[in-house]
Design a protein around this ligand. Structure first.
Ligand code: TXA
Ligand code: MG
Length: 314
């Protein structure tokens, strides 16, 4: 069910949940201070209670409402990467609901860049808990249609077009003057290290891990196989004609209907990745064969999502 910005604001203020666009993926949003809204989010996603939610905020100043500590390093990172596809995990204030942080002593905060998300945040004045608007372990949505296909027509969706970053935010935890990467995203480790003027901490104890980062995540229903070379992939496709293909580069004239090509450019590839996997999944073939992009830093987050997409249940 598509709803307007005004209806979205009213629903969120009443403690209801609405799927909203962000520049990374659509989020299933609810008032992060309203435990009934938080419970609805977990219930609709069928998400385990030990997997915490990201709180979306409308300005850097709002960090102080959620975090007990906003160190100079965390401030530098926020200044550099907000608004944008970047999440900071910081020590939580005592009054932050244990539901939103899944019992962790920390809270995850992000200021999104999507103009529609910003309008929702400004007009509600709320901090919005918003995990990706998909069922637990399924592919994340990058269009309003994906949300409806995955969660059903009963969920209210604010349509803001297709997401332009296309994969989930980079998550970084900061304690004092150390930082650690908890989830790969399009903001790279090198970019963060350059702003932080120091490398990521390698200490295992010092900083929290990201709960809920199960390997089985972001998966299409069709089994996925990854290939390091085009040659190996085409060989596999020959012996299994009932395959859908995701290939890298410019489409060839002879390309089949079951093949989708994504350009050899990480930002464009990421933007289109989930939509392409949704499309290939909808073909209901026996398997999806994927040609892996190069092993280079700017492709790492995409590799991470492809490996997760290929992970099997048993
Ligand atoms: O791009 C994104 O981050 C999207 C959009 C909607 O903003 N949101 C998103 O949320 O990907 P979700 O729920 O699918 O992923 C949130 C992840 C958790 O699985 C967990 O790994 C990490 O964020 N996280 C959240 N709170 C945390 C905390 N207090 N400590 C450590 N990790 C946390
Ligand atoms: Mg998710």
């Amino acid at each position: 069910m598509r709803i307007s910005l005004e209806e979205t604001v009213a629903k969120l203020q009443r403690g209801e949940v609405v799927a909203i666009p962000t520049e990374t993926v659509y989020g299933l949003a609810g008032d992060a201070r309203n435990e009934s809204a938080l419970k609805q989010i977990y219930a609709i996603k069928e998400r385990p209670a030990n997997n915490p939610l990201i709180v979306h905020i409308g300005s850097i100043e709002q960090v102080h409402a959620w975090a007990s500590e906003f160190s100079p390093l965390a401030q530098q990172l926020a200044q550099a990467f907000w608004p944008g596809p970047f999440t900071l995990v910081l020590p939580a204030k005592a009054d932050v609901s244990t539901i939103v942080r899944a019992g962790e002593p920390t809270v995850a905060l992000r200021m999104p860049a999507h103009p529609v998300a910003q309008q929702v945040l400004q007009q509600t004045g709320l901090g919005l808990a918003a995990p990706s608007a998909n069922k637990y372990t399924q592919l994340s949505p990058t269009t309003a249609q994906h949300v409806e296909n995955g969660l059903g027509e009963a969920v209210a969706v604010l349509d803001g077009g297709a997401c332009q970053v296309g994969i989930e935010s980079t998550i970084v935890s900061v304690v004092d003057n150390q930082w650690r990467l908890l989830r790969l995203g399009m903001i790279t480790e090198a970019a963060i290290a350059a702003v932080a003027k120091r490398a990521a901490s390698t200490s295992e104890q010092a900083l929290p891990k990201a709960p809920g980062q199960h390997l089985l995540h972001y998966s299409p229903k069709t089994p996925v196989q990854l290939f390091a070379s085009r040659e190996a992939l085409l060989q596999a496709a020959e012996s299994a004609p009932n395959s859908a293909l995701l290939l890298l580069g410019e489409p060839e004239a002879t390309a089949s209907k079951q093949a989708i090509y994504l350009p050899n450019q990480p930002a464009v590839y990421a933007e289109k990745l989930y939509d392409t996997l949704h499309q290939l999944d909808a073909l209901s073939m026996q398997q999806i064969l994927i040609e892996l992009p190069p092993h280079a830093p700017e492709w790492l987050a995409i590799h991470d999502r492809l490996v997760r997409a290929s992970h099997k249940l048993n």
